[in-house]
Design a protein around this ligand. Sequence first.
Ligand code: 0GY
Length: 309
Amino acid sequence: MSFQTTPGWLAFHPSPSQPQFRLPPGAVDAHCHVFGPGAQFPFAPERKYTPCDASCEQLFALRDRLGFARNVIVQATCHGSDNRALVDALQRSGGRARGVATVKRGVTDGELEAMHAAGVRGARFNFVRRLVDFTPKDELLEIAQRIAPLGWHVVVYFEAVDLPQLTDFFTALPTTVVVDHMGRPDVASGVDGPEFALFLALLREHPNIWSKVSCPERLSATGPPARDGERSAYRDVLPFARRIVETFPDRVLWGTDWPHPNLKDHMPDDGLLVDFVPHIAATPELQRRLLVDNPMRLYWPEEWPPRGD
Ligand code: 0GY
């Protein structure tokens, strides 16, 4: 099947630069996607956008170029709850990728077990209205109860403005809960503003809730580097990510978000995104927790901590 991309769709960067920041050995890109290829893995009829193809081979080439050891591949909404492209990518990764799927109420135990065997370790609940239709909370809670015995966690994606009405649901979930992209704060409202305070309070009061400190390119108003060759970018997002990393160093994850769906203004250079990391995690210790210890503990617990023999 061939697909026409959404008008204005920006394709991922064709030749990302080599990061200046050297990732610690074993670093995990804990938020990235595969799209199709559509001819092999058709996009879902209920999707809200049609992306360009972005295959697992291209993702693994980026992993190697940037210096990551592993990936966590997150099911994108353009594939709905058809996880075949995700599972195929996990199976082709040689054990170097784990996944977060989208599942619906009708999923069978056998399907969950097959996904687990392929490397799925979480289910994603999406509350961003431009991306998905509404799913009733009782259905999501039921799914969370089904996946909990497998040791999976729940990944949630929402806009900061919706947090007040979602908090009761998040705090009732029986698993670890990972929030995508810092709960998408409006960075113009300030790192000490009431909206971000609510998110910090959620993390402080609920030790099972983690945050990805990813996607400065999505959250920034100041944007990418002003001139060619400058590597410092997305300065307005820095204080938000830094606050979370320094306050909750054992519950943070980072990922590229390749291939960067739905960006309208610019497509980031993934090398520059990696160079953002030492600005939000300033010490080797914080960098190691963010990029290695935390994702390994969550996604490869059988290998973590490593045995010292
Ligand atoms: C992201 C962000 C977006 C899209 C999706 O699954 C998706 O379609 O997550 C977005 O448009 O903000 O994390 O990739």
